[in-house]
Design a protein around this ligand. Sequence first.
Ligand code: HEC
Length: 109
Amino acid sequence: MPVPMTRLILILVATLVPLSAQAGDAAAGKKRATACQTCHGMDGLSKLPEAPNLAGQVEPYLVKQLTDYRDGKRQNEIMNVVAKELTDADIANLAAYYSGIQIDVLPPG
Ligand code: HEC
């Protein structure tokens, strides 16, 4: 007897959802970050006066900003172009890489 279509769909959904919710892979993010290094550095420290530091940034924040740039919800001439090429997996991986960079904080004074 053939498997009913609804069951097939349920099986597909069950296998796809965990994949899309997977945590980022920092090593894969490091490879992708070569596209970001001119402005944000491989160390996550800004190389341009107008670019922010990304080192040690909160991971879900990075995911949200990159997704918003890609989807046009956050507007910036440079980042909208850069983020257009990124898949959800790329974004998760880049966020894992940059958030994983250890930073030491020493307040002034
Ligand atoms: C040509 C320079 C340039 C490149 C390349 C670039 N960025 Fe940016 N990025 C910027 C600038 C400038 C901003 C500030 C934009 C704004 O004001 O919204 C920014 C902002 C961001 C932000 C928002 C940070 C925050 O504090 O809200 C993230 C995240 C980010 N970039 C990630 C990346 C990643 C990941 C890549 C590589 C895939 C990348 N950028 C490549 C220049 C660049």
